[in-house]
Design a protein around this ligand. Structure first.
Ligand SMILES: NC(=O)c1ccc[n+]([C@@H]2O[C@H](COP(=O)([O-])OP(=O)(O)OC[C@H]3O[C@@H](n4cnc5c(N)ncnc54)[C@H](OP(=O)(O)O)[C@@H]3O)[C@@H](O)[C@H]2O)c1
Length: 279
């Protein structure tokens, strides 16, 4: 089958269209003929192998998995012997922590994030739904246990994670402030944000307002910058890990009152893990 591979870290030129072996489904897997995938900020960071700390699980000198792509939308063409939930011909979409979706075919466990497609959406519309939405759900509900009426600020509210974060926080009844650039203010309002701050005109860390949860979906504001904007038991969430965040987490776990959390999909073990410090 054809696949886009990267055999070394670097700019987009490291991507190559190659002929590779078509995967075969294990007993609990379905084989999907993939019609659409996504290129996300996370894919680009993995392709670059930056931040370097990510290479601890991507591969130290070169990528251990050579085909990127978390998300898929396509048609089941074969099922493993133990699969009960899907059959050949089903149109499915979802995301897989084992990557490999930049390819004509991908194998996914039936217990991974996969479900049948609604009949009124296209493959291109289905592919981008699962990854960002589930990541955000893990942060806001799984880690921060978001509650109705909490004040929640979403930094990067116009991005892939941010647009879901605004909608999921509203779904749980939070009072939501979105932060984005001028051109996206109306879009973020339309997603349901109660208030929108244009970061080119106002710095939310300096306006004296405090939030129960600050979710920096784009890694643009540090815990230190946000600390005074957190309520007493406030939680800072970041989807972007770097060395200084890791050091801060160790520090606040020993001395801090407010919390900071980073979470990532663990591509090597098919699990989601979180680091939680503070309080
Ligand atoms: N931990 C995980 O499991 C996980 C999963 C997925 C992604 N990620 C990471 O999360 C990050 C975001 O991913 P994404 O897919 O949401 O990215 P994206 O779709 O590319 O969105 C980036 C957003 O950043 C906003 N932005 C740029 N500068 C900003 C600033 N100074 N203040 C506030 N917002 C700013 C932009 O908004 P404007 O256009 O309005 O400026 C844009 O909407 C990436 O680093 C990615 O690697 C982590």
């Amino acid at each position: 089958m054809k696949a886009i591979e990267y055999l070394q870290y670097g700019e987009a030129a490291v991507l190559q269209l190659n002929e590779v072996t078509k995967p075969s489904p294990k007993p609990n897997e379905v084989l999907i003929r993939n019609h659409a995938s996504t290129v996300t900020a996370a894919d680009i960071m993995m392709r670059n192998g930056k931040p370097l700390i990510g290479r601890l699980y991507l591969g130290l000198n070169k990528p251990s998995r050579t085909i990127l792509g978390f998300e898929f939308a396509g048609e089941v063409v074969e099922v493993g012997t133990e699969v009960t939930l899907f059959k050949p011909g089903d149109k499915v979409f979802g995301g897989t922590t084992t990557l490999g979706c930049y390819a004509e075919y991908v194998c996914v466990s039936e217990h991974d994030v996969i479900t049948t497609m609604p009949s009124n959406i296209s493959y291109q519309e289905a592919a981008p739904v699962s990854g960002s939405a589930i990541t955000v759900l893990n942060f806001l509900k799984g880690l921060a246990n978001i509650q109705a009426n909490q004040k929640v600020l979403i930094n990067g509210a116009s991005g892939a994670l941010g647009t879901y974060a605004v909608q999921i926080a509203k779904h749980y009844g939070a009072v939501v402030t979105g932060v984005c650039s001028t051109g996206n203010v109306e879009m973020v309002k339309a997603l349901g944000a109660d208030q929108v701050i244009d970061y080119t005109r106002e710095d939310f860390t300096k306006n004296g307002v405090q939030y129960d949860i600050i979710f920096d979906t784009v890694g643009k504001r540090t815990f230190g910058e946000c600390k005074n904007s957190l309520s007493q038991d406030g939680i800072y969430l970041s989807s972007v890990i770097d060395f200084s965040l890791l050091m801060h987490m160790i520090w606040t776990s020993i001395f801090g009152k407010k919390s900071q959390i980073f979470l990532n999909r663990d591509a090597s073990s098919e699990r989601t893990f979180g680091l939680f410090s503070g309080n």
